[in-house]
Design a protein around this ligand. Structure first.
Ligand SMILES: [Zn+2]
Length: 126
């Protein structure tokens, strides 16, 4: 299916496998009924996880520079992306969800720490 191809991005798959391997298995994917459609969610504990691409969502760790052509266009586009992200998080938090943002580079560079962070969040909600 077309939509699955777009959504099953590399980093997200890596994270899902790692969560599964860590026995963090009570999650659902692309939770349509939850505002903002988190990539991964633990519905019982109300933990929503967004896997964000560093380029599109302007990762603070990578702090990537803007493309050199059409800079204004990109600036505006990224501003809108960031605003949308903020709104999504706020909406969910207002509904009592705990929101975790996981950056693509964290998955690529610090997978164990990222899984530990998620595990920690889940355990503290017990
Ligand atoms: Zn990054």
């Amino acid at each position: 299916m077309k939509s699955n191809v777009a959504k099953n991005t590399g980093p997200e798959m890596i994270l899902r496998h790692a969560l599964f391997a860590s026995a963090l298995r009570g999650y659902r994917l692309h939770c349509k009924k939850i505002p903002g459609r988190p990539d991964i969610c633990f519905t019982k504990k109300k933990v929503a996880i967004f896997v964000n691409g560093c380029f599109w969502h302007r990762c603070p760790i990578c702090d990537l520079s803007l493309p050199k052509t059409n800079t204004e266009f990109w600036e505006r586009k990224f501003e809108l992306n960031k605003e949308r992200d903020k709104r999504k998080i706020k909406n969910l938090e207002d509904l009592g969800w705990n929101v975790l943002i996981v950056w693509e580079c964290e998955i690529r560079n610090e997978l164990a720490e990222t899984v530990a962070k998620i595990q920690h969040t889940l355990e503290n909600l017990r």
